[in-house]
Design a protein around this ligand. Structure first.
Ligand SMILES: Cc1cc2nc3c(=O)[nH]c(=O)nc-3n(C[C@H](O)[C@H](O)[C@H](O)COP(=O)(O)OP(=O)(O)OC[C@H]3O[C@@H](n4cnc5c(N)ncnc54)[C@H](O)[C@@H]3O)c2cc1C
Length: 326
């Protein structure tokens, strides 16, 4: 059975969490197919990252080191991926749905004359491989069964939990011939974007509202007053942002901000994995939801089963009273 090749990304010398999520998907497919998981780490001075991935993710980790891999370019990294493909002959290549994955994965699929599925949030393997992605603004799930080989797929960061094993794989150096003439663009510098709007990453208290709020005006009416009373900031789940109720800067989760406040209050938020990855490391989590089985309660330190429209205003009133404001 052909192997599965994970294209890992390295940031600040460490393998990104989204690459360990790819390992989770790869291990799941490999278990069903009886195939092997291999990975590629490409960069300059990336051997510690490759060792880490081998130790935690297992399997054979190809390490492509080169001065011209110090910064991402589609030409240099494309060569590294092609070298790993030559070494591993994979049936499936997994990329994260990140700027690097957006750029590299379709080109690799085209170069290999393979199938391409992008932006997946899940994969099922029960005799045939089915890739799932959300369409029409998350209203429908589309299921894709690739008919060409190899299959190149990109997965949304946060779509699953990062692989947390200790499998003790091995690192194999991979020779990649790259010359400056191969690079069609010259690297100049990396500029970190200035955050616009609210910077939830620095807030010590966040009160977030979800789809359970039901209407945009409920945020200034119900959520913001509690955030103000506590001296905190307001946050939101993705459907709130997708619906245009709040700007993207308020979104917490895998495709929004990652936050670690002292107190995180989630009201009317179900607790989907993509939301949890953005807030689960908060110091103390309070969840308010009328559904006692909502997954948010699994990460909450304190859970309140009930109607947020009763509980949140009562809480706001109690905080203001305690502060002598009401
Ligand atoms: C690739 C990808 C990336 C994503 N990125 C993110 C992300 O960054 N952040 C994010 O949040 N999501 C993200 N999502 C979406 C995620 O999968 C969920 O769909 C989303 O988090 C659900 O938001 P929600 O909890 O507000 O809504 P729902 O899941 O609809 O939950 C609403 C909750 O409100 C409760 N409720 C309703 N009325 C009341 C009431 N009166 N009182 C109390 N409780 C009530 C309900 O019981 C329910 O649990 C992403 C999805 C994908 C596929």
């Amino acid at each position: 059975m052909a192997s599965i090749l994970v294209i890992a990304e390295v940031q600040n010398g460490k393998v990104r969490e989204s690459s360990y999520e790819l390992v989770s998907f790869a291990r799941r497919i490999a278990k069903a197919q009886g195939s092997e998981v291999r990975s590629l780490v490409a960069g300059k001075g990336a051997s510690a990252a490759a060792e880490e991935l081998a130790k935690k993710g297992g399997g054979e980790v190809y390490l492509a080191e080169h001065d011209l891999l110090a910064h991402y370019s589609v030409d240099a990294f494309g060569k590294a991926v092609r070298a790993a493909v030559a070494a591993a002959s994979p049936g499936i290549l997994l990329f994260s749905h990140t700027p690097i994955g957006w750029d590299l994965a379709p080109r690799i699929a085209a170069a290999l004359d393979g199938a391409f599925v992008s932006d997946c949030f899940n994969v099922e393997e029960s005799g045939k491989l089915v890739f799932l992605r959300r369409v029409f603004n998350g209203k429908l799930d589309a299921r894709f069964v690739p008919s060409a080989s190899p299959v190149v797929a990109t997965f949304q960061p946060g779509a699953t939990s990062p692989f947390e094993g200790a499998l003790d794989g091995k690192v194999t150096p991979l020779q990649v011939a790259i010359s400056p003439q191969d690079l069609r663009a010259k690297f100049i510098e990396v500029r970190t974007a200035q955050k616009q709007g609210v910077d939830l990453s620095k807030a010590e208290i966040i009160v977030s509202g979800g789809r359970g709020l039901g209407a945009p005006e409920k945020f200034p009416e119900v959520i913001q007053p509690l955030a103000d009373a506590l001296g905190g900031a307001m946050g939101a789940s993705r459907p709130v942002v997708d619906a245009g109720w709040l700007p993207h800067a308020y979104q917490v989760g895998s495709s929004g901000q990652t936050v670690t406040p002292k107190l995180y209050i989630a009201a009317g938020i179900s607790g989907a994995i993509q939301h949890l990855v953005g807030m689960k490391n908060s110091n103390f989590i309070v969840a308010i939801n009328k559904d006692a089985d909502a997954p948010i309660f699994e990460v909450a330190n304190l859970g309140v089963v009930g109607d947020l429209f009763e509980i949140v205003p009562a809480l706001t009133k109690a905080v203001n009273q305690a502060k002598g404001k009401a």
